[in-house]
Design a protein around this ligand. Sequence first.
Ligand code: AMP
Ligand code: MN
Ligand code: MN
Length: 321
Amino acid sequence: MTLLEQMLENTDSAAIIGHVHPDGDCLGSTLGLYNYIRNCYPKIRAAVYLEEASDKFAYLKGFGEIRHEPDGESYRLCLCADSSDRERLGKFVCYLENAETSLCIDHHITNTGYAAFQVVEPQASSACEVIFGQMDESRIDKSIAECLYTGIVHDTGVFKFSCTSPKTMEIAGKLMAKGVDFGNIIDGSFYRKTYVQNQILGRALLESITFLDGQCIFSAIRQNVMELYGVSGKDMDGIIDQLRLTEGVEVAIFMYQTGPQEYKVSLRSQNKVDASRIAAFFGGGGHVRAAGCTMSGSIHDVINNLSLHIEKQLKEQGEEE
Ligand code: AMP
Ligand code: MN
Ligand code: MN
């Protein structure tokens, strides 16, 4: 029996939480757990708590039941998915604090081990891949498969990032066999954009700037521009992926303003720079090729601070070669 099954056998209530700014893997992993509990452990009182997410994920079963504010209920078990540290749990950390026990299921190399028990697999593509390994495959129905498939699709950039392994593809195949509508999931939740999302993507690309001899590219969106287009952080998914594909670029940086002198920064690297090391230095985290953090100062300050670290790593690489 897996650790997840053991903990579910021994509880009558469970809060399921993820990370701030929930993405496809966060939604897929938390709702996958929720639907699994609903089907296999109907006596457990369970609820998912997450910040508001993009409604492009509304096809996931249970999406409409997600609670967006702490509500004073208490649960004996807290399940945390796809969150590398306590801070990333945001305002829902109260469910971890008030629970008798907790289990964190994650795939971040920067995971701090904040729960009572953890299943952390840094080589896994996604939290959904780890969760698949914790579930009894015969009890995964189509709705659970849709959740897990969505998480894998999003964290692998549709099966192409370096975190995609033969095992990832085997799991995706097993989920496909449960009848998921893979074409619609990939188009609808990953590639489709609203008109304003396309506009902000275009603007970010138009205003992007390369530096360090074209090895780095960055683009920044200020709050007044976000207001002009009527977009929020969740409308800017995908911008970093297009920047990353610029020919000759080793490191791509995208940032959008979250407050006066404050930016949410995304970092992607091609094959030389350890992005998670840089993000962790600035209080964030993530993976070697994809990481993020929040930084303060002007756009200029942020780029200056990041470029020092990038340059240093590129130099170290050059010396090793
Ligand atoms: P993003 O650039 O926001 O898409 O994030 C890329 C990766 O880094 C994801 O796996 C995130 O979970 C992780 N990440 C982003 N921001 C942070 C942060 N502030 N702290 C820890 N991990 C982060
Ligand atoms: Mn995530
Ligand atoms: Mn993830």
